[in-house]
Design a protein around this ligand. Structure first.
Ligand code: BGC
Length: 782
């Protein structure tokens, strides 16, 4: 059909649909005419339809709709309102960070090619310390997003692991802002290389799920700048995500989505962010304040928000110029989208090829925590007694919007079998029967309830003691498998979650006694979304493999590492403490509630709460090291099946000018090919501010080194790497004095070090005074 005929039919359709006389030819057109001209030609109603989403209406569930046109993409989290007269299409957005989420989780609903790859979760990817690998995942992920015609993916998440109980930690990367920001930038660059948008979230300080939509996070300016914003700053500057999602919580008394300090002064002015900012779903309270803050797009969008913004402009409470700026910002980003470009997407993805990327990324990122007497790698013909329900039922990823409509999830039992191990058949049958019996007796709740409050797992199955003894005779080795899951809406608990359940402890004790009596090894596999207490059982097993939540190919990837097909090279991006009470935020998590002030909102009962970040900048290893608290496994730690030696640390100079480079040679001094992550920590002179004993300022991973082979890794230190945030001056300042570069295999295992001098103090960067807490915080000091 000719273009002119299409336009005529479209015009007739619009007149019939009651949207007024078709203005094509007279109204400026999106994609053809300047955005400014379109905004100029828009009525107030038109503009408001750009800044408020289409509403939340999914199959079988609606929470108010702003537009009746059918959704372009099936059951995803959000769409925007189309404006036909300007040729502005409806833009689509789907969760989430570890794969495409559709709000229909049954095989039946996912029948139309709608399955998506479940990638390893953020915490696992970060444990690779390999931005090239994470970028590779991003490229494949981006390809899939594009193939399904989705304009924006609602991820990655990059908040800091402030506390091990954080329900969404699995979606995030690390306790350290450099690791978090680098990982986020790598995946964003990969995703966006495919012409689809990434949405960096949740900006900022979404460090807990308890009262997530009403909690006021009280944080010093320094802790914000150095820890809770620095991750986002690195990601924004290195990858310019098309979108950022503000968080649900308040920071220092203001909802992040309503904070001009956060969204305009810091994000746009200090950091140069060019994209659009959207709210989290139903986040914040005041649509007008959100507009004024520069939070351009309110998602998923409600009729009440349309009304509030329209009235505010009419009454003069909201300047139309502010609205115009927000509209312009959004349209400029939308111009880049697939939909704007009329991309004819195939609506099917290369799930087979992507599964291989997911498997490789998972195996390359897993962390070997313990390996006594070379219990691993295990011979792939070995007979394995696999204990633990999740060994037969993989936890590929977390719950809520971070869940993925995956085609399958390979359990470890299947992964071992695929790799040639002989998995004990009668044990396998008992576990599978137990799981299917439990599932039959505990049907799932309705979709939305299941999403926000997932049904608990089946309790650990108790294998009879005599059976365990019998398996110790019949098998070459035992695997004890521990599973954990969490997700948005809820934080984890210490009892029975951070700590083992009594059934799990019994299982480990029983297996350990029986197998060790026969001098056979016991391997623990941890399929967990967040840190757990390992101290109660680590002495009872010979090896521990931390698989985190490894995505759909998990069982195959774990088997790759257990068999030695892949030599583990992941390292911890988050500390495993000795006891929960050692965690620096333990006494301020999840904060204090004010139930007398509770109200009902869009997201149910909302209880105002506050959390005071008394630990200040002392998060994770910055705390454990400075205050000499020994963790169970420290930040940056991870074993390999080979050994590495570090030599020849060289600095480009002994005095710092604009930048300085450090290089180090890593040699594989063992017998197996492997990769090593080297970490650069910097100790800064005391100067005017309190400082952690050292901070990570660089990291690099070798290629696969054969035994005897070496590689030289180079790190660059810029002035900002030397600086701390001086609140009084609202500036990043590097103090004069002696700095020490420490190259380590972990934060505790420093191999080489060398000093350099900064002759005079440097004001590296002056920024806006922003986000000051209203009250003084009694912050931890060194
Ligand atoms: C989550 C976001 C998600 C959004 C849309 C919210 O509940 O916090 O991470 O992107 O829903 O599904």
């Amino acid at each position: 059909m000719k273009r002119s005929m299409i336009a005529r039919f479209a015009a007739i359709a619009l007149v019939l649909s009651g949207q007024g006389v078709f203005a094509q030819g007279t109204a400026p057109q999106f994609g053809k005419d300047p955005i400014k001209a379109i905004v100029k030609a828009m009525s107030l109603d038109d503009k408001v339809k750009i800044v408020v989403g289409k509403g939340f209406s999914l199959p079988g569930m609606s929470m108010g709709s702003n537009d009746e046109t059918p959704d372009k993409i099936f059951a995803i989290s959000g769409h925007t309102i189309p404006l036909a007269k300007f040729g502005i299409p409806s833009i689509s957005m789907a969760d989430g960070p570890s794969g495409i989420h559709r709000w229909a989780m049954t095989a039946k609903d996912s029948a139309n090619n709608n399955f998506s790859t479940a990638w390893p979760v953020g915490t696992l990817l970060a444990s690779s310390w390999d931005t090239t690998l994470i970028h590779k995942v991003g490229v494949a992920f981006g390809e899939e997003i594009k193939d399904y015609g989705i304009d924006f993916i609602l991820g990655p998440g990059a908040n800091i692991h402030r506390n091990p109980l954080g329900g969404r930690n699995f979606e995030y990367y690390s306790e350290d802002p450099l690791v978090s920001g680098s990982a986020a930038a790598a995946i964003i660059n990969g995703i966006q290389s495919q012409g689809v948008g990434a949405t960096l979230k949740h900006f900022a300080a979404n460090n807990q799920e308890t009262n997530r939509a009403s909690v006021n996070e009280i944080i010093s300016e320094r802790a914000l700048r150095e820890i809770y914003l620095r991750n986002f700053e690195i990601a924004v500057k290195r990858s310019q995500p098309w979108a950022i999602m503000s968080s649900y919580n308040l920071v220092n008394g203001t909802y992040t989505s309503e904070s001009n300090d956060l969204i305009t002064k810091i994000l746009r002015d200090d950091w140069g962010f060019k994209g659009m900012v959207m709210t989290d779903w139903f986040g914040g309270k005041d649509a007008v304040a959100q507009m004024q803050a520069g939070n351009n797009l309110l998602m998923p969008g409600s009729p009440a928000q349309i009304k509030a913004i329209t009235e505010a402009v009419k009454s003069g409470k909201l300047s139309e110029a502010v609205l115009d700026k927000n509209v312009e910002g959004i349209l400029n980003v939308w111009l880049k989208t697939l939909t704007a470009k009329g991309f004819d997407y195939p609506n099917k993805a290369d799930l087979k090829a992507h599964a291989q990327v997911a498997r490789m990324a998972a195996a390359e990122s897993m962390v070997l925590l313990k390996n006594s007497a070379q219990a691993l790698p295990a011979h792939s013909g070995a007979t394995v007694a696999l204990f633990g329900t999740h060994g037969y039922d993989l936890i590929a990823g977390g719950t809520g919007s971070g869940d993925v409509n995956k085609p399958y999830a390979i359990s470890l039992a299947d992964g071992l079998t695929n790799a040639g191990f002989k998995v004990d058949a009668s044990l396998q049958k008992s576990y599978k029967d137990y799981l299917s019996d439990y599932a039959a007796k505990h049907p799932k709740k309705p979709l939305i309830q299941e999403i926000m409050n997932p049904s608990p797992f089946a309790p650990e199955y108790i294998v009879d003691g005599s059976v365990v003894t019998q398996k110790a005779d019949a098998s070459d080795l035992a695997i004890v498998y521990i599973g954990r899951n969490a997700g948005e809406g809820n934080d984890r608990k210490v009892e029975g979650d951070y700590r083992l359940t009594s059934q799990e402890a019994d299982m480990i004790n029983q297996v350990s006694d029986a197998f060790h009596a026969k001098h056979k090894p016991v391997i623990a596999v941890l399929n967990i979304g967040g840190v757990i207490d390992v101290t109660t059982f680590r002495d009872k097993v010979d090896a521990i493999l931390l698989a985190w939540e490894p995505g759909e190919e998990g069982g195959n990837a774990i088997a790759d590492v257990l068999s030695g097909k892949v030599n583990p090279s992941g390292k911890l991006a988050t500390t495993f403490p000795t006891v929960y009470s050692d965690v620096p935020s333990a006494k301020n998590f999840p904060g204090k509630e004010f139930p007398e002030k509770a109200t009902m909102g869009m997201m149910g009962k909302s209880i105002p709460a506050e959390v005071i970040y008394q630990e200040g900048i002392y998060v994770g290893y910055r705390y454990y090291h400075t205050f000499k608290i020994k963790p169970a496994y420290e930040f940056g730690y991870g074993l390999s099946y080979t050994k590495f030696t570090y030599s020849n640390l060289k600095l480009s100079g002994l005095t710092f000018h604009d930048k300085l480079t450090a290089s180090v040679t890593i040699t594989n001094s063992g017998n197996t090919a492997g990769k090593e992550v080297a970490e650069l920590y910097l100790t800064a002179p005391k100067g005017q501010l309190d400082k952690p004993s050292e901070e990570l300022k660089g990291f690099a991973k070798t290629r696969l080194l054969k035994p005897g082979e070496s590689q030289t890794l180079t790190f660059t230190l810029n002035a900002k790497d030397l600086a701390s945030f001086n609140t009084g001056k609202s500036a990043w300042i590097a103090d004069a004095g002696k700095y020490v570069v420490k190259i380590g295999a972990s934060s505790e295992d420093i191999k080489l070090q060398k000093g350099f001098t900064l002759p005079g103090s440097l004001t590296v960067e002056k920024v806006h005074k922003a986000l000051a807490p209203q009250a003084s915080i009694d912050e931890l000091k060194n």
